[in-house]
Design a protein around this ligand. Structure first.
Ligand SMILES: [Zn+2]
Length: 64
């Protein structure tokens, strides 16, 4: 199981989460569509509400 890091969208301020494999890469935010660079934040944030996995940013609670 790989570690994940939390980061924040600079466009809409949504909390995102991604595999550490994505550090330094960019993906569009699922909320506002802005390109977000994956960069680790100190673990002081609340639980992330979105998860970036397999190269895609998806809601953590998937309904589909
Ligand atoms: Zn956003």
């Amino acid at each position: 199981m790989r570690s994940r890091i939390s980061f924040r969208c600079p466009g809409c301020n949504a909390r995102l989460r991604a595999s550490i494999d994505f550090i330094g890469r960019s993906c569009p935010c699922p909320k506002c569509g802005v390109e977000v660079q994956v960069q680790p934040l100190p673990p002081t944030e609340e639980a992330p509400i979105l998860v970036l996995d397999s190269g895609l940013v998806l809601p953590e609670a998937r309904t589909k």
